[in-house]
Design a protein around this ligand. Structure first.
Ligand code: UFG
Length: 344
């Protein structure tokens, strides 16, 4: 495929917006479908500022089949981000997660079949592994029981795709199992902007640093890890975004009726306290925090074996944890001091 037209669902969201920037930079034409449930339209203008192109935008909910009828023709591939992603929220509102994450996926697969779109990239997650007995996890590691409804939606999503491919000849799918995306674009123009109180660690840290939150709660200090706090594999969102360009290119060259899965992580595990330490180092601040009990749905530790992504996709993350905390802080400050203030 020459550089084609890619429909990005959830393209104004956190990972979606960074990926749109990378796709445009790589010469793709991008159409965004986003219902703005966890993003805002200002992101579109800021994508234009960074990428120099204003992508076509449709404010629709991809759970609504009828809205998909208005999508343009000649789409060459779909990158399907649109989903809810909070582990803890999914424990509280499981049906919200099953409905949104599964209906949207079913609709997008049917949409591809109807339009004869052959290339599909799915946002999966390392939560499909549950608490793996073997670390690091490879793509062959078995799925253990999901620890949250969110994780279960991704397990079901991958199974649904496999079944769908058996009945629908001609499609090719790449499922990307993200570890913990964090950080922001180096310009400070786009980044993670959760609505309400953040569930994820990095925005909670930066919102505490800017004074919106009193102190960070560290969930769990009795895990079997280096310092008792939970360990994750944090990957810079800009690296993750560039992996999507490799993934869609790879997908287009794959044999038909095939799914390939890739872990996308850095290959390194860091504890919550190590993340705080990195933030304190790069910001020159000292984040107030307190240790509290474990959070429902959290696994103890997980990090990626990145061999397959490196060998097959040619993907190697370029940024380290300090780049993540540095850019996350730059984004938080720019957003609060310039973007939010201008819009209010
Ligand atoms: N944490 C805290 N305090 C907070 C927020 C988080 O201590 O205020 C801890 C969590 O307990 C966990 C770690 O920081 O140990 C990371 O938590 P996040 O909420 O940032 O990330 P999760 O690992 O729970 O989930 C994220 C994404 C999912 C993805 C998953 C893969 O939200 O979409 O990573 O591990 F699937």
């Amino acid at each position: 495929m020459a550089k084609g037209k890619i429909l990005v669902t959830g393209g104004l969201g956190y990972i979606g917006s960074h990926t749109v920037v990378e796709l445009i930079g790589a010469g793709f034409s991008v159409v965004i479908a986003d219902n703005l449930s966890n993003s805002d339209e200002g992101v579109l203008r800021r994508i234009e500022t960074i990428a120099g192109v204003l992508p076509e935008f449709h404010q629709i909910d991809v759970c609504d089949v009828s809205a998909l009828k208005n999508m343009p023709s000649n789409i060459d591939g779909v990158i399907h981000f649109a989903a809810y992603k909070s582990v803890s929220e999914s424990v509280e509102f499981p049906l919200k997660y099953y409905r949104n994450n599964l209906v949207s996926l079913m609709n997008m697969l049917e949409f591809c079949a109807e339009r004869n779109i052959k290339n599909f990239v799915f946002s999966s997650s390392c939560t499909v592994y549950g608490q793996s007995e073997q670390l690091p996890v490879t793509e062959e590691s078995p799925f253990m029981p999901a620890w949250s409804p969110y994780g279960h939606t991704k397990q079901i999503g991958e199974a649904m795709i496999a079944d769908f491919l058996k009945s629908t000849p001609g499609m090719r799918v790449v499922s990307l199992r993200y570890f913990n995306p964090a950080g922001a674009h180096e310009t400070g123009l786009i980044g993670e902007l959760p609505r309400g109180v953040p569930n994820n660690l990095m925005p909670y840290i930066t919102q505490t640093a800017i004074g919106l939150r009193d102190k960070l709660k560290v969930y769990g200090s009795d895990y079997d890890t280096i310092d008792g706090t939970a360990v994750r594999d944090y990957i810079h969102v800009a690296d993750l975004a560039s992996a999507h360009v490799k993934a869609i290119n790879f997908c287009c060259g794959m044999p038909e009726n095939k799914v390939e899965v890739f872990n996308l992580g850095s290959g390194n595990g860091f504890s919550v306290l190590e993340v705080i330490e990195s933030f304190n180092f790069t910001s020159g601040l000292k984040i107030p925090y307190e240790m509290v009990g474990r959070r429902a749905g959290d696994v103890e530790k997980i990090w990626a074996d990145t061999t397959k992504a490196e060998k097959v996709l040619g993907f190697v993350p370029q940024r380290i944890l300090d780049d993540i905390t540095l850019t996350a802080w730059k984004w938080e400050q720019n957003y609060r001091q310039n973007i939010e203030r201008k819009n209010s």
